[in-house]
Design a protein around this ligand. Sequence first.
Ligand code: ADP
Length: 478
Amino acid sequence: MLDTIEQRVLIYAPLGKDAVLACHALENAGLHCHVCMSLSDLLGELNRGVGVVVTVEEGLPDSAAKHIKNFLVTQATWSDLPILVLTKTGGTSPWIQGAAERFGNLTLLERPVRAPTLISAVRSAMRARLRQYEVRLSDERKDEFLAMLAHELRNPLAPISAAAELMEIISADPAKVKNTSKIIARQVDHMSNLIDDLLDVARVTRGLVTLEKELLDVRDILSQAVEQVNPQITTKQQHLAIEIPEKAASVFGDRKRLIQVVANLLNNASKYTPDNGHIVVKLQLHPEWIVVDISDDGIGIVPDVLSRVFDLFAQAKRTSDRTQGGLGLGLALVKSLVTSHDGSVHAASPGPSQGSTFTIRLPRMADKEITETATQLPLIDSAKPNAHSLQIMVVDDNVDAANTLSMLLNILGHVVSTEYGAKDAIKRARNAVPQVCILDIGLPEMDGYLLAQALREMPETSAATLIAMTGYSQEEDR
Ligand code: ADP
């Protein structure tokens, strides 16, 4: 909440009636004023908080101007305090010449000043000041976010590092090794989700997301999103009710992104609802809109958080039992994705412990038989051993990454050679003749693209399958 002290107009005009008249005119226009009777009064009030300063030329001889300048140079980086000075009539005095340099964000108003001129000048200065407060707020949020991000990314590292030490000690006990590796996999999964969210939000806010729209039935979207979140709901023994109409709910949208939107809201509903709680997903057809409500009877949202819940980094205060906290990015993503589908999303909550409801509206398309367009992906049956053993070469200058991937491929039954540099990889490829080459892109001396080109030109590997292994995994990188 913005403090009213920070929206005050401080008026300093020690001689004559200027201060009283200006204060009267500005208060009548709805501005909150404080008249400073002396320079030390002004300096004291500046430190308490100020929106705009209105003063007069004769109130600022060099001795006084020096003190105000001292205050201005110590302002925080977001702050550029607007100062309005009423100058003497017809003034091109030496004072005016040096004033802009002294006071930075300065507006000169030549006397006699009419009240409407003064009011509009102060209003516009106050408007600029309010924008400065917004910058301060977003700076503060960003700082909080960075602190939280560091914390969240650090959290999974402790169990991973403990697990690594443990592996050395328990290597003879396969059951324990299996359990420990599950811990690592789980923590890495958590970390990858955080990083994916970060990358996604960066792309969406830079407008880099291209939607692949098709005619969809929102009933399918709901069922796929539920499928994603179901394990979490089951673990927390929550009750999920789904109310969907018999008729198709047709929208024109991006399947993957809409599933992401609903899964995000469902995931939150489960995350912020205690064990055994209730979640209801309701789909309604209106003539122009498809409306999806996702309600829970969980911890609810206080009005202050509710009003900014879709802002980037917005989160309610954390309690110590909040073990699954994310980064406050999910709802910002939801909002941008729904908006890019010409829809809207709204949050409501009667208050703490009284649950929340998130409502999505999407433009409804004319009903039409929707055929299932998604191609069926071949199912991977992990129980069956890989019948097809391949000659694979892994190239990565990150020795740990190269070795672990090679070990994994080896366990899966492939014959693997491992190299840590491009030149060695080329030499190795002549003898080992790999059918598949998995190449890191950021290699020293010669990058993965050049290496791929070289391998393509060699008779031994001209027909090999080349796979890039990289953190640059976004659509545009592809
Ligand atoms: P995250 O869950 O990663 O913190 P989100 O952007 O998904 O980020 O949500 C922002 C904040 O909104 C959450 O931190 C939480 O305080 C609040 N919130 C979201 N969904 C719910 C819900 N269903 N019930 C209560 N609070 C919620």
